[in-house]
Design a protein around this ligand. Sequence first.
Ligand code: HEC
Length: 184
Amino acid sequence: MRVTWAVLLIAGAAWAQEPTPRERAAAAAAGLGEVLKQLLAEELKKGGFEAAVRSCSENAQVVTEEYAREKGMEIRRVSLKYRNRKDQPDEWEAAKLREWAAASVPAKEVAETVTENGKRYLRYLKPIQTQAMCLSCHGGPGQIGAEVSALLSERYPRDKATGYKAGELRGAFSVTLAIPESVR
Ligand code: HEC
C-alpha cells in the first residue's frame, strides 16, 4: 500500500510539471519563428534577396511541415493576404485575423479550446508583425527590387503579400493540438 502511494505521488509531481497545452503551443510557435528567421538570415548572407526568395519558396513549407511533425502538432503560418495558397487561413483563423486588423490596439496571441467530433483541441494564434527588413519582399513597388519582383510573380502569380508597411500585421503562427483526455 505504501508503495502505491509513493508511485502516485511521483506520478502526480511529474504531471504537475508538464507544460499546459497552451504553453506547448506557444513554445512551438516561438520555435518555428526562430527556425524560419535563421533560414532567411542564412540565405540573405549567402546570396541576397533574390536567392532568399528562391530558398524561401522552396523550403519554407518543407521546413514548417518537418517542424510540425517533430513536435507532433499542427503548426503553420497564415495570413489574410497570403503569398502561398497553403497559408490561406481557415474560418477560425480568418475571424481572429480580421478582429486583430480592425482593432486599434496591437494584436496579442489568443488561445481557445474547440470541440470537433467529440474531441477537444487547443487552437492558438500568435501575431507576426511586419518589420522594415521584410519590405524588400513584402513592401510596395518602390521597395521590392526588379529581380525579386520578377521571381515573385513567376512563383506566386496570385501573390497578395505585398504593399505592407513596417509595424503592420503580416499574419500569424497557428497551432492546433489535441488536448489529452486527462487534462480538464
Ligand atoms: C527574401 C524575401 C523575403 C523576405 C525578406 C521576407 N519574406 Fe516573408 N515570404 C517570402 C516568400 C517567398 C514567402 C512564401 C513562402 C512559401 O511559399 O511558403 C513568404 C511568406 C511569408 C509568410 C507566410 C504567409 C504568406 O504570405 O504565405 C509570412 C507570415 C511572412 N512571409 C512574413 C515575413 C516577415 C514578418 C518578414 C520579415 C521579418 C518576411 N516575411 C521577410 C519572402 C520573404
